[in-house]
Design a protein around this ligand. Structure first.
Ligand code: GLN
Length: 409
């Protein structure tokens, strides 16, 4: 057999999605790959049932059905604080996954440098390889996930063509402040670089934090390519509806990439999703209330059982610090991946090993998500209590105190 491309030899399958398969094989509670276990709003499922009979069942316009883009433009215009042209400033994609891939392929030549924060959502690594870009990693340092602006300037000085910002950030839960984004934006303008954002968790930002769209900042729309999707906002991760928003000349390039990658997102699903885009503002505030409750319940549960965690400002992810476990004789020398596999089998809860997000050799963090029904979260916490039970009482108490201190800070 002839060789496969060198490209495919340089990255692995997604560890996030692999953990889901292992979790399913063992019947564990899957808190690894982030997606809700509850239904989308009735407005969407009703519209989907209607579309099953009324259509459309054939291709939509390659860069998105007219009515879907019109509804999308109305929603995105509010976020961006400017009127988005549905014909020239939007391109509908198969999930934000394709949006990010298309963005990278649109702006990068092989060998171009791109700034990527570490930890990063693991797709960005493969996106860079597939588009030929060379990532320069900017550490987001746990547990606060702060960064050093000087490293970003260094990166731009080395000629980086773009910076990728996941905001709110997966897996750290960091929400970039307006000041941080303004400072990064100023550097992007100074060094004439693009900003590519992934804002799929824009509606999951917990008080007192607020979401700022990079493209809404003065002078930034012109160089910002926003990747987003309907997956998280409307609990429809399986519908694979995403989009790119940006200045017309960039979107024109992205439309070509997209056209030849996938032709288009599923037509009946675009039709049905219009009903979601037209939901009143109260939908988004209720979604935030729901996720705030889940976050508060789950974090309080982790505090109670004495597991050390960070405090996410946004997203539905939380990082557990497993350092104390890795010091126990039975886990000594174990990788975080092996620990997660052990946890699936012995504790019945699936997490994602932190090493799949970090460029640095980080082995002591694992990611859980809380986009689960209350009863599932309750059961997950009962199981995690068995995990915590392996720690000495004093350590658990210390964790509870440290967690509480950070949550109240
Ligand atoms: N963003 C989700 C996560 O990080 C999963 C998205 C996906 O698997 N496409 O878990």
């Amino acid at each position: 057999m002839p060789n496969l491309s060198e490209r495919v030899g340089t990255f692995t399958d997604s560890v996030i999605r692999r953990m889901t398969r292992i979790s399913n094989a063992y019947g564990a509670i899957n808190l690894s790959q982030g997606f809700p276990d509850f239904d989308p709003p009735g407005a969407l499922t009703d519209a989907l049932a209607k579309a099953a009979h009324a259509g459309p069942h054939q291709y939509s316009i390659t860069f998105g059905a007219q009515n879907f883009r019109a509804a999308l433009a109305r929603k995105v215009s509010k976020t961006m604080g400017r009127a988005i042209d549905p014909d020239t400033e939007l391109c509908v994609t198969c999930g934000s996954t394709e949006a990010m891939m298309a963005a990278m392929m649109t702006i990068c030549n092989p060998g171009d440098k791109v700034l990527v924060f570490s930890p990063f959502y693991e797709n960005y690594g493969a996106d860079a390889i597939l588009s030929g870009a060379e990532p320069i990693y900017i550490p987001l340092v746990p547990p606060t996930y702060d960064f050093d602006l000087r490293l970003i300037e260094d990166g731009f000085r080395q000629g980086a063509k773009a910076i990728v910002i996941c905001n709110p950030s997966n897996p750290s839960g960091k929400v970039f402040t307006r000041e941080e984004l303004t400072a990064i934006g100023a550097l992007a303008r100074q060094y004439d670089a693009f900003v590519v954002t992934d804002e799929v968790y824009e509606h999951m930002v917990y008080a007192p934090h607020t979401h700022t769209a990079m493209a809404s900042l003065p002078g930034m729309f012109e160089r910002t390519i926003t990747c987003n999707s309907l997956s998280k906002t409307y609990s429809v991760t399986g519908w694979r509806l995403g989009y790119l928003c940006g200045p017309a000349d960039v979107i024109e390039g992205a439309k070509k990439v997209h056209d030849f990658l996938t032709v288009g997102a599923a037509a009946p699903l675009q039709e049905a999703a219009v009903a979601g885009l037209e939901l009143p503002e109260s939908y988004y505030s209720e979604l935030l209330v729901l996720y705030t409750q889940k976050r508060d319940y789950f974090l309080a549960g982790l505090d109670r059982i004495g597991l050390r965690h960070n405090v996410p400002q946004g997203t539905y992810f939380v990082m557990l610090d497993i350092r104390q476990f890795l010091e126990l004789p039975q886990f000594r020398g174990m990788t975080d991946l092996a620990f997660c596999e052990w946890m699936i089998k012995e504790i019945g809860v699936a997490a994602v090993p932190g090493s799949s997000f970090f460029r640095e050799p980080v082995n002591h963090l694992i990611r859980l998500h809380f986009a689960r029904q209350q009863s599932t979260l309750e059961e997950a916490l009962r199981r995690l209590e068995k995990l915590a039970a392996l720690l000495p009482e004093a350590e658990k108490k210390k964790n509870t105190e440290l967690n509480k201190g950070e949550r109240e800070a």
